[in-house]
Design a binder for this molecule. Structure first.
Ligand SMILES: NC(=O)C1=CN([C@@H]2O[C@H](COP(=O)(O)OP(=O)(O)OC[C@H]3O[C@@H](n4cnc5c(N)ncnc54)[C@H](OP(=O)(O)O)[C@@H]3O)[C@@H](O)[C@H]2O)C=CC1
Ligand SMILES: CC(=O)[C@](C)(O)C(=O)O
Ligand SMILES: [Mg+2]
Ligand SMILES: [Mg+2]
Length: 491
């Protein structure tokens, strides 16, 4: 049985770890990848993060090879193809782990306990074990051999985007941490910094965090706004449009590409800019809808955060792992059968502006979800910088995956913990919004307001604009987007 590490800590220590978060300045990365130069990096697993991080690290001049479980090599599975077709050396644990200076564990979190138990005895004295998510250490209380250094380098985005941004000459925001119980030589931070440089993360912003702050914020973001809200929103908006007589192909397209289009505005200028893309009456409408949804959904966001903090979420998910993923697989099959998933996007032209004008409810859902996730995380002690990355910043990156192949693609690209949490949220949120959806008509989803007169009350517009601009997610967003723009200019 696993032990929740977080729950063993005294409150004082829990609060300190949750609040660990420091935005690192560019000059802290002046040593580049030096600390990893000439070291042998062996990646376990070659999936979403494994392949893409490995490609970036190799292009940064580092020595990268892959180790896979024996069956994956014997059966030439996709992970074997990913590595060999990209020219990497692939070997078994016995062949490669004893030679490694740094082992990157990029297998699914569900597998971490058996994987780490298998590789740990093979690791060199004094080597380093790295994770891209703190689940195994924090939620399962995995104990690592005392001579080993344990670090975390967690890109705040899907693996595909880790590579895409690097190829564009940039990177994605990344959280790094050193597990304080395992830093015998005091070299953890230098290794984590060099690794973040190798993936390109330092060009987008690196937060010096803790395993605990990463886990408790990552799980919250992915199950609520990032994946859960987009799934629930897709299903509700599609069914409503079809019920109201909108062409199903049009409805399917408006949603599949709509999230990506409207959250592009979010990426550039936050919630304020996303709502500024609407006409004045539509903006006020979106604002009111979002306020109403925030009130309805707040208890659900609180429940998700509470269950994540006290370990209820990880315990119940691990029960499902032990039960052959019965819930996960059932929910996955159910998602595949939804009308939205099964209806291909129609061959209709939708202009960029039309996605906003006819998707007022979608804009409102994104606003409500981003703000609720941010408010809930910060109320639980997560620092605003981290909460911003896990809510507003990452939403467009997840929306991109839906544009590629709908909910299937999103759920296939994200991690196993994210997929489980997404369905969990969706199941609770659909009935919660049922009454609210009864009053929804095509003026806010599908057709737009179609007003002859777009006049609004001055006082009300001033009030709405002020509320939008003064939300705390906008304040930290302006600062962090400013850093990103500055760094983009440097590279
Ligand atoms: N998905 C994402 O975008 C993100 C993931 N992360 C974190 O990155 C880590 C990796 O997740 P992700 O990239 O989604 O994982 P994937 O599911 O995409 O990849 C898993 C890889 O691990 C291998 N694998 C699976 N089971 C085992 C096992 N029992 N033993 C050995 N190898 C195994 C698979 O190969 P095969 O089955 O062929 O053996 C595959 O190559 C996780 O900690 C996750 O939280 C962090 C940020 C985002
Ligand atoms: C993509 C990402 O950052 C997630 C959502 O945390 C994940 O896939 O686990
Ligand atoms: Mg994440
Ligand atoms: Mg995650």
């Amino acid at each position: 049985m696993s032990n929740n590490y977080f729950n063993t800590l005294p409150l004082r220590e829990q609060l300190e770890q949750l609040g660990k978060c420091r935005f690192m300045s560019m000059d802290e990365f002046s040593d580049g990848v030096e600390a990893l130069k000439g070291k042998k990096i062996v990646v376990i697993g070659c999936g979403a993060q494994g392949l893409n991080q490995g490609l970036n690290l190799r292009d940064s001049g580092l020595d990268v090879s892959y180790t896979l479980r024996a069956e994956a090599i014997a059966e030439k599975r996709q992970s074997w193809k990913n590595a060999t077709e990209n020219g990497f050396v692939v070997g078994t644990y016995e062949e490669l782990i004893p030679t490694a200076d740094v082992v990157l564990n990029l297998t699914p979190d569900k597998q971490h306990t058996p994987v780490v138990n298998a590789v740990m005895p093979l690791m060199k004295e004094g080597a380093c074990l790295s994770y891209s998510h703190g689940f195994n250490i924090v939620e399962e209380g995995m104990k690592i051999r005392e001579d080993l250094t344990v670090i975390m380098v967690a890109p705040k985005c899907p693996g595909s985007e880790v590579r895409a941004e690097y190829v564009r000459g940039f990177g994605v925001p990344t959280l790094i941490a050193v597990h304080e119980d395992n830093d015998p030589q005091g070299e953890g931070l230098a290794l984590a910094k060099a690794y973040a440089v190798g993936t390109g993360g330092h060009k987008a912003g690196v937060l010096m965090s803790s395993f605990i702050a990463e886990v408790k914020s990552d799980l919250m973001g992915e199950q609520t706004i990032l994946c859960g809200m987009l799934q629930t929103g897709s299903l509700l908006c599609f069914d409503k449009m079809v019920a109201e007589g909108i062409d199903a192909g049009y409805a399917s397209k408006l949603i599949q590409y709509g999230w990506e289009t409207i959250t592009e505005a979010l990426k550039y200028g936050g919630v304020t800019n996303m709502l500024d893309r609407l006409s004045n009456p539509a903006k006020i409408k979106a604002f009111d809808l979002a306020e109403e949804m925030k009130q309805i959904m707040r208890p659900l966001y609180n429940k998700h955060q509470d269950d994540i903090i006290d370990g209820t979420f990880s315990r119940t998910m691990m029960e499902d792992w032990a039960n052959d993923d019965k819930n996960l697989l059932g929910w996955r099959a159910e998602t595949a059968e939804t009308a939205f998933e099964k209806t291909p996007a129609g061959d209709v032209e939708i202009s960029e502006q039309e996605y906003f004008d006819n998707g007022i409810l979608m804009v409102a859902m994104v606003k409500a979800g981003v703000e609720l996730a941010f408010e809930t995380m910060t109320a639980a002690g997560i620092i605003p910088d981290s909460a911003y990355y896990e809510s507003l910043h990452e939403t467009p990156l997840i929306a991109n995956t839906i544009a590629r192949k709908k909910l299937y693609e999103m759920n296939a690209t994200i991690s196993d913990t994210a997929e489980y949490g997404c369905y969990l949220y969706n199941h609770a949120c659909l009935p919660l919004l049922a009454d609210f959806m009864k009053d929804i008509k095509t003026d806010v989803i599908g057709k737009g307001l179609e007003l002859d007169d777009t006049g609004v009350d001055n006082a009300r517009l001033i009030e709405v604009n002020a509320a939008l601009r003064s939300h705390p997610v906008e304040a930290i967003g302006a600062v962090l987007r400013g850093h990103m723009a500055d760094m983009k200019k440097i590279v």
